[in-house]
Design a protein around this ligand. Structure first.
Ligand SMILES: Cc1ncc(C[n+]2csc(CCOP(=O)(O)OP(=O)(O)O)c2C)c(N)n1
Length: 280
């Protein structure tokens, strides 16, 4: 007989999850749930400490595997249009400045189709916390090459290897000098939690890239048939650095990614600049 869980046993994040929606749709070995879990732990800490209340937290997403996160949280959220999460979130923040507005999306969503919005939200130092899940492909639609796919890698649409240089989104966002630009990885959940906790306490535009594993439509194309092998490969290619320079944000598949905080500023956010209050 299989042991049944005690009815009194609750998931530590149950207060923030809409358990009616579970199980979620992410594949075994996917990094998106790991990232969302770490982010929610940071939100929970801020709530438990009295800095935030659940009714003042909002999660806006576009479309894609990552964007499905909006369905699984039990606080206010909106699952909007591919690439347009940042403009929706900007509208929410301008209409209700007291809300703490987060955006969560894939690299195709945030840096591909939504790349223009990303640039201008960063330029404005708009009071948003944006998470970009870099699983290095357009996952939901079958693993097409994304703007972040490292050069040379095989994807559904680059059967001879990706000939293009990827966009370095850390440098792109940092060029607009917003308040926070950091890179973490789903292979390092405590780092995601630490950066999120810190960013939740700041104003202005805050951007956290999270390198993530997509075993199903990324890993398989480059020879990792086992999700654990892809996880270990990405873990071995990521290293945490204190105060890295922006040039250290460059990456390729062989040398991997430097994780760390690339930009930390305390400039006034957009809401303060236009005299609409400060808000978290
Ligand atoms: C305007 C528009 N273009 C294209 C699509 C098709 N589409 C849906 S999900 C998706 C890929 C999403 O990839 P990404 O944003 O990287 O997120 P992931 O699935 O990898 O988490 C695409 C191209 C769409 N829904 N809307």
């Amino acid at each position: 007989m299989t042991a049944q869980p005690s009815p009194n046993l609750r998931h530590p994040l149950s207060d923030l999850l809409d358990e009616r929606r579970l199980p979620h749709s992410w594949c075994p070995g996917c990094g998106i749930g790991i990232a969302l879990g770490a982010i929610l732990r940071a939100v929970k800490r801020r709530i438990d400490e009295g800095y935030l209340t659940k009714d003042k937290v909002v999660l806006i997403t576009g479309i894609g595997c990552s964007a499905r996160a909006a369905l699984y949280v039990s606080f206010d959220s909106a699952h909007t249009i591919h690439g347009r999460a940042i403009p929706f979130a900007t509208g929410v923040k301008l209409a209700k400045p007291w809300l703490s507005v987060m955006v969560f999306g894939g690299d195709g969503d945030i840096a591909g189709i939504g790349g223009n919005h990303l640039l201008h939200a960063a330029r404005r130092n708009m009071d948003l916390l944006v998470f970009m899940i870099s699983n290095l492909v357009y996952a939901m639609t079958g693993g097409q090459v994304a703007p972040t796919t490292p050069r040379g890698l095989y994807t559904t649409t680059t059967p001879h290897g990706n000939p293009e240089r990827p966009v370095n989104v850390i440098k792109l966002v940092a060029s607009q000098n917003p308040n926070y630009v950091a890179r973490a990885s789903a292979t390092h959940p405590p780092l995601i939690e630490t950066y999120t906790y810190k960013a939740l306490g700041m104003e202005g535009f805050r951007f956290i890239e999270i390198i993530s594993m997509c075993p199903e439509v990324f890993g398989r194309h480059i020879g990792y048939n086992d999700p654990v092998a892809l996880y270990k490969a990405i873990k071995s290619k990521t290293k945490v650095k204190a105060n890295p320079s922006l040039d250290e944000a460059d990456y390729d598949w062989n040398h991997g990614w430097v994780l760390g905080e690339f930009v930390v500023n305390e400039n006034p956010g957009y809401l303060r600049m236009i005299g609409r209050g400060v808000g978290p």
